[in-house]
Design a protein around this ligand. Structure first.
Ligand code: AMP
Ligand code: ZN
Length: 489
């Protein structure tokens, strides 16, 4: 598999540190507000990457932090604490805010079919770890105490700006956020590892440390949480492109200073979702959340498809018009899958065709996770000269990566169509299942019997016989009545 690595600025063949295993780290959300759909674009693309690693046979361990302390409103350690800001806004405690928005984040993820990482670690649960790592950085001369805070000394590194050569003035501390530059820093790029003194003495969460009562900086949490669960060698680190500098740059600085060797091999950065008016924001313009899309009648998976239809390394413009196009495409795709015959088996002659389609799907994703091409392979499957059963098998397999719930949605569409047909007929057609039938089985058989009803109505006796025979093969007998059918085993 080839992936673009932000460190080398080119596509590289992915080779994990340990053969067959992938250690993957994802910067989690700062839980002071709902995630906007831009944040979720990053998590959707990272989810596809994880699922594709698994599809390709890797044993993946993925870790994510939850930033519930230490992230100031500027990524360069200036401004107000985001958590405190959220707590003030809602007249709640910081911990209440953290819990509420962590839950809200995972609710959104569930709606978008984003798998929860194997380990999810809130920063506040790892304070001892942070203190241990910062202490070693102090001992080894990579950190210094100034004005009560502990800073990382970026001048101690042979190369600090690893992703690209930033001009130090680009940091523009004291300009952008309208706050004063931190006079304690020896070098402009130095960053805080541990705060004891800051502009907001009313910081809600504080811990004892060798440097005084205080709280950790934002960057240290990801290094420590990653090393704690994934060890000294990380294969791939993910995040939105805005995190490359300073957040990931600082993570690399402190992790490699601590370890004494290279830490993470591949950096996967998702580019931004923007609106027509520019950057997506939680404070200005329409605050675009998954719930808002739902209120407007969109299935959250339409947004997932919208994201998959473009490459993660291109910025993407959100508009309702674009989303409507994705909604149309999603419905069409589901309808076409629903039209396939769900009863049947793959045949030996399907094999070659299936192998070709599998290769095509893998080739798309092997080329720097080309999800839009992978989605078009679904249409190739629908057109391919293989049986319906083969098509459904392939679509089910590919969807373990794409996460669009295609088979379940198609089944629901089939059922809805049959129910609507029955209702339109005006007949009270009742389907009676044995009282002890498991719900899932009852639903599946119900759908088949509705299809049989539709077939009989259309005088399609071959189809109605086929369904009856398929059920008989499972040991199910049917007893037809005037306006309904009862089945039993
Ligand atoms: P935060 O909760 O602000 O720490 O951000 C969570 C994730 O969303 C990070 O990986 C960010 O890099 C990413 N992110 C922020 N804004 C956007 C955006 N407009 N489009 C895509 N990803 C974003
Ligand atoms: Zn991070």
């Amino acid at each position: 598999m080839k992936l673009y690595n932000s460190l080398s600025h080119r596509k590289e063949t992915f080779v994990p540190h340990e053969p067959g295993k992938v250690k993957m780290y994802t910067c989690g959300p700062t839980v002071y507000h709902f995630a906007h759909i831009g944040n979720l674009r990053s998590y959707i693309m990272e989810d596809v990457l994880e699922k594709y690693f698994r599809y390709a046979g890797y044993d993946v361990t993925r870790v994510m932090n939850i930033t519930d302390v230490g992230h100031l409103s500027s990524d360069a350690d200036t401004g107000e604490d985001k958590m405190l800001k959220g707590a003030r806004r809602e007249h709640k405690t910081v911990l209440e805010i953290a819990q509420f928005y962590t839950d809200a984040f995972f609710d959104d993820c569930a709606k978008l079919n984003i798998k929860t990482p194997d380990v999810v670690q809130p920063a506040t649960g790892c304070i001892d770890e942070f203190i241990r790592v910062i202490s070693k950085l102090m001992e080894d001369g990579y950190a210094y105490l100034a004005g009560g805070n502990v800073y990382f000394d970026t001048s101690k590194l042979p190369r600090y700006y690893v992703f690209q050569d930033f001009n130090e003035d680009d940091l523009a501390v004291g300009v952008r956020e309208d706050v004063e530059a931190d006079e304690n820093k020896r070098n402009k790029a130095d960053f805080v590892l541990w705060f004891t003194k800051s502009k907001f003495e009313d910081q809600a969460l504080k811990w004892d440390s060798p440097w005084g009562v205080g709280y950790p900086g934002w960057h240290i949490e990801c290094s420590c949480i990653s090393m704690k669960y994934l060890g000294e060698y990380l294969d791939i680190h993910c995040g939105g492109i805005d995190n490359a500098f300073p957040h990931h740059t600082n993570e690399i600085a402190q992790s490699e200073a601590y370890l004494g060797h290279k830490w993470c091999s591949y950096w996967f950065h998702v580019h931004h979702l923007n609106t027509n008016s520019g950057k997506m924001s939680k404070s200005s313009g329409e605050f675009l959340t998954v719930s808002l899309l739902e209120q407007k009648g969109y299935d959250p998976l339409v947004y997932r498809l919208f994201c998959l239809q473009s490459h993660y390394r291109k910025s993407l413009v959100f508009s309702y018009e674009n989303l409507d196009n994705a909604a149309k495409a999603y419905k069409k795709l589901i309808d076409r899958i629903a039209a396939l015959n769900p009863a049947g088996e793959t045949a030996a002659e399907d094999e070659a065709g299936m192998a070709t389609l599998r290769d095509k799907f893998a080739a798309a994703l092997d080329n720097d996770l080309n999800t839009s091409l992978a989605v078009t392979v679904l249409y190739d499957v629908l057109k391919a000269p293989v049986s319906d059963a083969a098509k459904l098998t392939l679509i089910g397999d590919f969807d373990t990566v794409l996460g669009l719930e295609l088979l379940a949605k198609a089944e629901a569409a089939r059922r809805a169509r049959a129910t609507a047909a029955a209702a339109a007929d005006g007949a009270e057609y009742t389907i009676t299942a044995p009282a002890d039938a498991p719900a899932e089985e009852a639903a599946r058989i119900h759908a088949l019997l509705l299809e049989r009803y539709e077939a009989r109505k259309a005088k399609n006796w071959a189809e109605s016989d086929r369904i009856r025979d398929a059920l008989a093969a499972e040991g199910i007998t049917l007893k037809d009545a005037k306006n309904g059918v009862a089945w039993s085993r």
